[in-house]
Design a protein around this ligand. Sequence first.
Ligand code: MSP
Length: 524
Amino acid sequence: MTSGQSFYITTPIYYPSDVPHIGHGYTTVAVDTLARWHRQSGDDTWMLTGTDEHGQKMLRAAAANGVTPQEYVDKLVSEAWFPLLEKLDAANDDFIRTTQPRHEEGVKAFIQAIYDRGYIYAGEYEALYCVGCEEFKPESEIVDGTGEFEGLKVCAIHSKPLELLHEKNYFFKLSEFGDKLLELYRERPDFVQPESARNEVVAFVQQGLKDLSISRSAFDWGIPVPWDESHVIYVWVDALLNYATALGYGTEGGDFERRWPGYHVVGKDILRFHAVIWPAMLMAAGLEVPKGVFAHGWLLVGGEKMSKSKATGIAPATLVDTFGSDAYRFYFLSAIAFGQDGSFSWEDMSARYQAELANGFGNLASRTIAMTEKYFDGSVPAPAAYTEADLAIQKLVADAAANADAAIERFRTDQAIAEIWTIVDALNGYITDNAPWALAKDETQRDRLATVLYTCLDGLRALAVLLSPVMPKSTATLWQALGAEAALGALEDQNVRDAGAWGVLPVGATVSKLAPLFPRIEEA
Ligand code: MSP
């Protein structure tokens, strides 16, 4: 299925200065679900994720641990960040590390190219820097410290003191791109999504852009500036370029032509880098800007952005080991409106697991299969004449599938899941209304019983396909149990965009016993 249009999507590359928390896991599962949906729709899909390994934050974390920065990142990447992808069941196509030679070469080629095009100059710089953000902070994001930092200027995001830096730097002429960027946002209103993020970016650029310092000379943990090796390239410029270098930008025979431009999904804290600086850098190089940038909200704990540095970080493994990776994916993608902040709580996750997964979807699957085994010896029965109630289910399935696909086009995984869930709820109501257990007692209702069960079984077939990008494991189990694997082939080969069609599960397919998809959680 690689005949469709190109769909290249990226997560931000994470700082491996520490172990991941559920905020990082959130971006990853969202992007993975979007990528799986497109891949399973026949689009020429490529999902990229990776790690952002240079900069002062990393240098300091390594020093604090008494190892070299390379040793430090190697350890964290292999022990914490690779395993995260497995934990979350992410099917990324590539993983880029900014310390890889393929990246370093591409970055040098790019920087040289925009230097040659006249967009870089040398200058003096003095400003307040936040190592947590790896950014010189604008006035609007500097606040007065409190408590132990009383009397100091601190970063509004990290609440840690800023450092005054005075250096000779190379600058990128970002200020020249204000009008072109505003034109881009005007011509392509969905370039930055959601609307609130777009408005913030437009307002920021309208205030006027300052040139950007793109090199540092006070330390050497980074990629050298090609024409002046006493400087390393500013970590954010280095990092943003991963989206191009991973596709082989600057090298022969890469996939850059085939896949670029793509979509970036990022947390709102790093929106400006992606929606302002990155397109300007691409314009300077004469390359196409991204197809779009989607900013999601923050996971909040106690009303604040969850973060490791504030000791509010929760490890994804804690939740996955209890609820499973499918439930983790489902919970974060359905419970939080994608684009807005959301509060995580164990109680909420637990309640939704029980209500929506165990009692809703899981129970629908178990009882439909159990009844097919009991009343039809496990063979998918042939439906007889459809009644209005049956046709209403068929229409609902078709509408939900189409609406879910439209929601995914808008990057709204939460709305897509809500659409799909109308099928779960409708089928559970349909079973109650039609009471197959009562029909089974009356031999003259045999045809009706067959129609009712077929409606549930083909509805489950649609659900397995539609939910597979969100919950790959449980839907694969269901697919097997429906006998669909043998009759229709692998689940990942079913086109999601065709999932709303009716009558796909072949009559006579053999269902098999299904253990609860979402077993009861024994809480410690
Ligand atoms: N390394 C940079 C990104 C470079 S991309 C060219 C970075 N790394 S990060 O590890 O700090 O954050 C990576 C992503 O995790 C960001 O999208 C950020 O928004 C997200 N999250 C970090 N904490 C989060 C929450 N509490 N909630 C939701 N997402 C959060 O920034």
